[in-house]
Design a protein around this ligand. Structure first.
Ligand SMILES: NC(=O)c1ccc[n+]([C@@H]2O[C@H](COP(=O)([O-])OP(=O)(O)OC[C@H]3O[C@@H](n4cnc5c(N)ncnc54)[C@H](O)[C@@H]3O)[C@@H](O)[C@H]2O)c1
Length: 372
């Protein structure tokens, strides 16, 4: 029975991790979250009455508050997920990404190190600092369409994938800030012997995903009869992983992973963005049929600057060393996700119009832009 301090536990993946731990293990969780626009305590409603769950509204950049949380709760492990995570936002406003992802990770490492130094030797050895990162730190990979057009075409199966040893080449302010945080975590192991582990994961999808990201945005826009925006030609390839498979993988890593190791986590689901959008439209055509097909709402918009062409994760180390494999295929996971958004319109409405934030802050009704 461990006490695990989870940062960013009110976010998309953090809340899935907490639901997994509370429902499937006897461990306790301390959720440390600042509750930015992306943090939503309604995502924890299934578990928040459990006595093994505690919430601390704390900014990971606030050292004295972190020290208090460590001293009050005395965790056996940290799973660090708190971050600014949306690439588009990092392009229009990188400052928050530098602040939370780099300074916040540094502050959390220092608070953890000071607390860890007070532990008895056996607790010190057992302690884990698990940093949750992204495959975007590796940059992008050759795209099959480009390879086909080149002088020496490669067979699709020979296209390279990200390995744990792939060198870092981040493209966006988001991925650069995550890369910096990964380096800090590894340096704290090498310099101070803090027992750290890093995981780098591909794109997640599933329930409770904030509707600015591709899959929930497309589902909700489609249902509301709005345009379905696709960047460029929609040929960017991502490797999609169902969030609950990721949560299982993360718990395996924090409990069974080896200190100092990096583990890549992926879904074995390389899909072009356009293919993802078309599949969502087909699922909606069967679940919520209307006169015209949902795909008719697709509109192509100007590509994101510096947009990576392809990501693909080789997660064979997770399979080999920790006996982890994703349970959902893309088709089963996507169908579950679409059904979840259909069944949880109140969560979607509260997130879209900001009313969950207003309730939290005790404010009067305002529209999504914050106007009365
Ligand atoms: N979503 C993906 O597809 C994906 C893939 C691979 C890795 N990751 C990584 O996983 C982690 C979680 O991603 P997510 O999609 O759940 O993100 P998210 O944006 O949904 O949630 C982030 C959470 O962190 C909290 N937070 C932000 N700044 C904070 C601060 N200064 N102090 C305390 N809390 C703060 C937010 O309130 C929110 O609850 C991130 O580190 C991200 O880089 C995400």
């Amino acid at each position: 029975m461990k006490k695990i301090l989870v940062t960013g536990g009110a976010g998309f993946i953090g809340s899935a991790v907490i639901r997994h731990i509370i429902k499937n293990t006897s461990d306790s969780v301390i959720n440390v979250d600042k509750l930015t626009y992306a943090g939503n305590l309604e995502s924890l409603i299934e578990v928040d009455s459990c006595e093994r769950y505690a919430f601390e509204q704390v900014d990971i950049c606030n050292r004295s508050e972190l020290d208090r949380v460590f001293s009050d709760h005395k965790p056996d492990a940290v799973m660090h997920l708190a971050a600014e995570s949306h690439v588009d936002r990092s392009i229009t406003g990188p400052a928050a990404f530098i602040e939370t992802n780099i300074i916040g990770t540094y502050t959390l490492l220092e608070a953890t190190r000071e607390y860890w130094n007070t532990l008895e030797q056996s607790a010190k050895t057992e302690f884990r600092f698990h940093h949750i990162s992204t495959d975007e730190v590796y940059g992008d990979l050759p795209h099959p369409d480009d390879v086909e057009a080149s002088a020496e075409p490669l067979a699709n199966e020979k296209l390279p994938m990200f390995l744990e040893t792939t060198s870092y080449e981040p493209s966006s302010p988001y991925s650069a800030s995550k890369a910096a945080s990964d380096h800090l975590v590894r340096a704290w192991l090498r310099t101070y012997s803090l027992p750290t582990i890093v995981t780098n994961c591909s794109n997640n999808y599933g329930p409770y995903h904030f509707p600015e990201k591709l899959i929930p945005l497309i589902i909700l826009n489609a249902l509301e009869g709005k345009n379905l925006p696709i960047y460029g030609k929609g040929d960017q390839i991502r490797d999609w992983l169902f969030v609950e498979d990721h949560a299982r993988a993360l718990y395996k890593v924090v409990t069974e992973g080896k200190v100092g190791e990096t583990y890549n986590i992926g879904g074995h689901n390389e899909k072009k963005n356009l293919e993802v959008v078309n599949t969502i439209c087909e699922i909606l055509d069967t679940l919520v049929p209307k006169e015209s097909a949902y795909a008719g709402q697709i509109r192509y918009v100007q590509d994101r600057p510096g947009h990576d062409r392809r990501y693909a994760i080789d997660s064979s180390k997770m399979q080999r060393e920790l006996d982890w494999m994703p349970e959902e295929t893309f088709e089963t996971g996507l169908r579950k996700t679409v059904q979840w958004y259909l069944d949880n319109s109140t969560w979607c409405k509260n997130v879209q119009d900001g009313s969950y934030q207003r309730e939290r802050l005790g404010l009067e009704a305002t529209d999504s832009k914050g106007n009365e």
